[in-house]
Design a protein around this ligand. Structure first.
Ligand code: TXE
Length: 499
């Protein structure tokens, strides 16, 4: 049977992983394991070493040695590019295996995981080019006796803390760019989704990345993650996760003033004008909240829709959501899989209860779906939501959409900006003036016109306001992991200070 059209089988026994330091896989041994159960099937699928802060120290020391001796940071960019291109080829070859473990640990549909791994290979290809394109600046306007050059240098050892919603995609929106800049890495994946971060270590080793340049320490956020943000020998931490932990990272980073990249929460608006292609917009809005079970920092979780079409449009979105195929993540037909963690499942159900309590009108969904095993929630839509309700203000991180009508463009912009977050936004209209005005006035790091959740290796990712600091991906994402040095070069003899 064709593997890509059949529902895949669960592993017979959970797969045990070691962690990865200085080119070596180290078994858990006396550290013990975390066991991960598939959220879609409620069976154990992987076992990860419970690493300690001593393991982190060992990984940081390896990354520091690798950085300082220049085995990666000082080789010609074309050689770095070769490794990244080989990694892309290996990723494509091993895509099926990576997608399988991603789906088992995360609960996302296998078809989506496959597409994500393909996208990740593209990130490596783009970053290979960016490694070679990265350059500084020259100042030939300083007079006869002086020439100025600005160089970009890799920032050093980067700690990478990633979440469970896109374990591999978020990793690959960073790793190739960090490597392209010439840095070395210690990665700490979420304790519930570490498998594919470790599989990437095998891919990079096979691609020829020197030992010590990519290390993975598995462990809890409160121990290994916290120690990483405090570590005196890490030059920069890139953190993706909750705003609360992001705040802790800022405090911890003060120790050695390490640079931080932060991608945090979002409460992203979808603004729909009456003149939009409403069929297209309804599909986009349903995708924007249903994709990855709404567990995306860029999910479009607030539908701000022109009042004249609000009720009809709400019904169109509800009809779309009712048709989406929710179910077994290993079934290639599935569009929405399981909720990744039991804590997140409880959080989402808690917000649904709160929405009802606060007087929002439940249009569709609103409950868990019972498939006999695993945790699933029906895509949910609330009408009559006001700006003070929790479901309008707080990041739910689940398939729950809040509908808020508007009368004028000014009002739509005001509602869109009435949030502490600023990660992403979409506008749906066939009027170019409205599209441009809204795109300029909404405060968000990513903006979509007549589409949503579009991405790729070229355009940068990151947030305004409390959604974060810095940018990942694109040439900006490579530059983020560099620092600039100014070099003044005297031509001829300098003007003496002492006569
Ligand atoms: O995130 P945490 P959680 C949001 C979303 C979700 C909420 C909670 O709203 O409901 O966060 O999710 C590591 N120092 N997002 O609790 O705890 C942790 O091990 C250093 C938005 O899972 O922030 C994991 O690797 N690191 C989001 C990573 O941080 C620490 C993605 C994220 O976990 C740490 C995920 C500490 N003290 C959740 N504590 C997005 N922006 O996409 C934990 N970690």
């Amino acid at each position: 049977m064709d593997q890509r059209t059949a529902t895949l089988a669960l592993p017979a026994t959970p797969r045990s992983f070691g962690f990865f330091v200085d080119g070596q896989t180290i078994e858990a041994g006396p550290r013990g394991h975390f066991e991960r159960r598939s959220p879609g099937h409620d069976v154990p699928v992987t076992r990860m070493p419970k690493c300690t802060t001593a393991d982190l120290d060992m990984a940081v020391a390896a990354a520091r040695r690798a950085f300082e001796d220049g085995r990666w940071s000082r080789i010609p960019a074309v050689e770095r590019a070769d490794v990244l291109l080989r990694a892309a080829q290996i990723l494509r070859r091993r895509a099926e295996e990576i997608a399988y473990w991603e789906t088992l640990e995360n609960g996302k549909p296998i078809s989506q995981a496959r597409a994500e791994v393909g996208g990740c290979a593209g990130m490596f290809e783009y970053a290979a080019g960016a490694a070679r394109a990265l350059h500084g600046d020259a100042f030939n306007n300083l007079g006869e006796g002086m020439f100025g050059v600005v160089t970009r240098e890799p920032i050093g050892v980067v700690g990478l803390i990633t979440p469970w919603n896109f374990p591999f995609l978020i990793l690959c929106e960073r790793v190739p760019y960090i490597l392209a800049a010439g840095c070395t890495i210690v990665a700490k994946p979420s304790e519930v989704t570490s498998a594919t971060t470790l599989l990437l270590a095998e891919v990079l080793a096979e691609a020829g990345l020197p030992a010590g340049c990519y290390n993975v320490v598995t462990g809890s956020g409160s121990t290994v993650g916290q120690a990483m943000t405090e570590h005196a020998d890490i030059d920069m931490v890139s953190f993706t996760g909750s705003t609360a932990v992001g705040r802790r990272c800022v405090a911890a980073a003060a120790g050695n003033f390490k640079k931080l990249g932060l991608e945090l929460g979002g409460k992203n608006p979808q603004i729909v004008f009456a003149d939009a292609d409403l069929e297209d917009a309804a599909d986009g809005v349903a995708f924007g909240i249903g994709f990855n079970t709404g567990q995306c920092c860029v999910s479009g979780s607030r539908l701000i829709v022109e009042r004249s079409v609000a009720r009809d449009f709400e019904a169109m979105v509800a009809a779309k959501l009712a048709k989406v195929k929710v179910g077994d993540p290993l079934d290639p037909e599935t569009q929405i899989g399981a909720i990744t963690t039991t804590a997140q499942n409880d959080t989402i159900l808690g917000y649904i209860a709160k929405g009802k309590q606060e007087g929002a009108r439940l249009v569709c969904g609103g409950d868990r779906l019972d498939f006999g095993r695993g945790q699933y929630i029906a895509p949910t839509l609330f009408g009559d939501v006001t700006g003070t309700m929790a479901i309008a203000r707080e990041e739910i991180f689940g398939p729950v959409l809040a509908v808020m009508p508007f009368d004028t463009m000014e009002e739509a912009i005001a509602i869109a900006n009435d949030t502490v977050y600023g990660l992403a936004a979409s506008v749906w209209t066939k009027n170019i003036d409205k599209a441009l005005t809204v795109s300029r006035r909404v405060r968000a790091g990513r903006f979509w016109v007549n589409t949503t959740l579009a991405g790729g290796p070229e355009l940068p990712i990151g947030g305004f306001k409390q959604s974060g600091w810095g940018r990942e991906a694109g040439i900006y994402g490579v530059e983020e992991y560099t620092q600039v040095k100014s070099v003044h070069i005297e031509i001829g003899k300098r003007q003496p200070w002492v006569g």
